[in-house]
Design a protein around this ligand. Sequence first.
Ligand code: AP5
Ligand code: NA
Length: 342
Amino acid sequence: MSPLPENTLIGMCNPLLDIQTTVEKAFLDKWGLKENDAILCDDKHNDMFTELTRDFSVEYIPGGAAQNSLRVAQWILNSPNRTVFFGAVGKDQYGELLASKAKEAGVNVQYQINETVKTGTCAALINGTHRSLCAHLAAANTFTQDHLQKEENQKIIEQAKFFYVTGFFITVCPPAILQLASHSAEFNKTFTLNLSAPFISQFFFDKLSEILPFVDVLFGNEDEASAFAKANGWETTCVKEVAVKAAALPKKTTKPRLVVFTQGPDPVIVVEGDKVTEYPVTRLNKEEIVDTNGAGDAFVGGFLSQFIQGKGIEASVSCGCYAAQEIIKKHGCTVPSVCKYH
Ligand code: AP5
Ligand code: NA
């Protein structure tokens, strides 16, 4: 294997193909979905996917939270293979499509391929300005730590300097997360994690708590911050206060933890150690907003594209906001062909 570019970022998450369409509230009610949520589907949703692809005009868009972020980071970095992605797909058309879209964007995809289980999908159901996500992980759920033990992947991990894992992946393979996290701590690298969705703090808090001491940068939005506070038994829902408390939680290494919480059009809250900064967001006009699907993922992609180059926090937040706004102006987590960020 040729040496990786300097400061390579590894992402690990569920590679999913988004099945996006517009639905009525009645459809969400029928399948027990909230207007604005991200959940894992259960068996009762199998028929929902059948109904969607049979009766609706759907768009297939490459998704999966960290894969979205890496594609965005690559778009900004504009030089291939600065990022590597680990996750599991099936041996099928959807998996091939995801791989080709990621490679086209410059992401070095290293999928674990499951011969018998289908590639995961995520229903992205738009209802007015809301969107409800229902993920069917399928092959993504079968990722195993062995994949990281392979010689070629070990080499990638040794050379990488930054790691980005989503909270979503905690439902799949905590040992793989802990492997990257402890490696990062041992070699004084940077390990970053996203809270991803309220259900992670609600139902997977024990596993999340095992990973947190290794986390150098923690991302989330206001709903995730509030679910995280609740799971910790903190009385507050003030995003700023939650960020300060999250930054102060026990840590394995001496590097102060950075907490970055987005709040849609409201300021981005950043806590570094005990220093709180609010970065205002330039609001988009109503006419410019196509859908906010993927805004948070794009923010992380933009942020990390600068952060891994050693640019400061302000530049990283500013690029995060830039990337999020470009994505908001388009359907799904897709970017315009040319990146105008300097
Ligand atoms: P989704 O949850 O839609 O994506 P997201 O990136 O998290 O987008 P949100 O709309 O939730 O944004 P946010 O609330 O995080 O950010 P915020 O609004 O604060 O999910 C997308 C993907 O998740 C799908 O592709 C799917 O495949 C995947 N997924 C679902 N389940 C999964 C699973 N189990 N495993 C793996 N993947 C899974 O905004 C962030 C920034 O945007 C702000 O700071 C600001 O800069 C900017 N911004 C937002 N609103 C405005 C505005 N009005 N004007 C200007 N700027 C704005
Ligand atoms: Na999000």
